[in-house]
Design a protein around this ligand. Structure first.
Ligand code: AMP
Ligand code: MG
Length: 423
């Protein structure tokens, strides 16, 4: 008896990404909170940030030199009368007006006075007491930014849904926003399964394994801008597993690790299938991570549970092998957490590097293999980490990226340019 629904099946990597993206586009983050500017890194704006005044608020000199009328220096050498000096922060410029034959000494960041329409760099000038010799012509508009050229007062600087990074922080700071309204972080329940798995501060028996997936997943959740909710370890036993899964649906998203393969005690799909669930895929043609499942639970709301974003809660059943768990998180879970936190999923970023030594692979699956990248720019080189398969966390910790092998390649020769996904 298989409770897994009709449409579910094993899909290509690209289809799996597309399916997750389609569902991610349906979720709607609603709850917001106010945070101070520095705590906003990685959060998503719930309100746009508007220019509180013109950017720049005055015509801003971008060079040290002399504010002039471009027509006065059309022919060089030109000799102009020096009528004053304007420093950055000077508020006296309103009284200054540059007339024909005149120049004002000006510093980077200072307001260009009226009358002047260009700045000549100091390098092309010689100053004597009250005159300045200009040795190079400038075009009107050169070396300053007109008032409001970057943004007009009231114009949107950052849209709702923007993920806040240091550049966004600079912009918010320059608009005087010391606190930002952001979406609440998505709460992501993490549920490790397996009879052999014990808590990290328990003494493991000879055939037991400490739970590392809950912690790697929690770290990845945090890194993706979510808030991990750590659940107890579920044994490979229906009743307890189901109770913990139901508890997981109190959060915005449920991540399970383990129990999704073909083993007799891999119960995750079955137990999920007993609930009000739909599966969107039950495998992806990737390695590691092939048994991954993705779906939605439309469990009726339990009393006291937080309101759902859509009509249910999404879940991912990730394979238990630690490397598979980590890779499948990056490929499929991260975009969903971004969406649940109010932002647009970000594209996966690949770079190109030269393969250091030959790689052989079986065809049919797209592979994301732990690898070591060294060198920069055109000298970037990559080689596979030596690993004992997808349980080898020690090898993964020594790697710094994944080498991507397309499903149709049996062999890639040393020296070939290959795709690398950073971690
Ligand atoms: P499974 O997907 O349940 O068949 O597990 C695959 C492999 O991953 C087995 O060797 C498990 O012992 C191991 N594993 C599963 N869950 C965890 C976990 N939470 N921490 C560390 N290893 C795990
Ligand atoms: Mg297991």
């Amino acid at each position: 008896m298989s409770p897994v629904s009709h449409s579910a099946g094993v899909v290509s990597f690209e289809d799996a990404r597309r399916i997750v993206a389609q569902h991610a586009a349906r979720v709607l983050a609603r709850e917001t909170e106010s945070v101070d500017l520095l705590s906003a890194t990685g959060r998503v704006l719930a309100e746009p940030i508007l220019a509180d005044r013109d950017f720049p608020p005055f015509p801003r000199a971008t060079r040290d030199g002399y504010a002039v009328r471009a027509e006065d220096v059309a022919e060089v050498t030109a000799r102009l009368k020096l009528i004053g000096e304007i420093r950055a922060g000077d508020s006296s410029t309103s009284s200054v007006n540059v007339e024909q034959g005149q120049a004002v000494s000006i510093m980077t960041g200072a307001p260009v006075p009226s009358g002047a329409d260009a700045v000549v760099m100091v390098e092309y000038t010689t100053q004597s007491r009250s005159t300045v010799e200009i040795k190079r012509s400038v075009k009107s508009g050169e070396n300053y930014v007109p008032r409001g050229a970057e943004a007009r007062q009231g114009q949107m600087l950052l849209d709702r849904g923007t993920r806040v990074d240091h550049a966004a922080i600079a912009l918010a700071a320059s608009a005087g926003e010391s606190r930002l309204q952001v979406f609440r972080k998505a709460r992501v329940a993490v549920l490790a399964t397996g009879d052999e798995i014990v808590q990290i501060d328990d003494d493991p028996g000879p055939s037991q394994i400490r739970n590392s997936n809950t912690y790697s997943l929690a770290a990845q959740v945090q890194n993706a801008g979510g808030e991990p909710v750590l659940l107890s370890i579920a044994p490979d036993e229906r009743v307890r597993l189901r109770a913990l899964i139901e508890q997981g649906f109190d959060s915005d998203l449920l991540l399970l690790s383990g129990g999704v393969s073909m083993g007799k005690y891999d119960l995750v799909e079955q137990v999920l299938g007993e609930l009000q669930t739909e599966f969107y895929f039950t495998g992806a043609q990737i390695q590691p991570g092939r048994p991954i499942v993705f779906g939605l639970c439309t469990l009726p709301e339990r009393a006291g549970a937080p309101a759902p974003h859509i009509h249910g809660k999404y879940f991912f059943g990730l394979p238990g092998n630690p490397v598979s768990t980590m890779v499948t998180f990056e490929l499929f879970v991260r975009p969903m957490i971004h969406a649940l936190s109010g932002g647009a999923p970000q594209p996966l970023v690949f770079l190109k590097a030269r393969l250091k030594s030959d790689v052989r692979a079986k065809t049919g699956l797209k592979r994301f293999l732990p690898a070591v990248l060294s060198g920069e720019f055109e000298n970037a080189e990559v080689e596979l980490a030596r690993w004992q398969g997808s349980g080898d966390i020690a090898a993964l910790a020594g790697a710094n990226c994944y080498l991507v092998i397309p499903p149709d390649r049996e062999q890639i020769g040393a020296g070939e340019s290959v795709s690398v996904m950073m971690r």
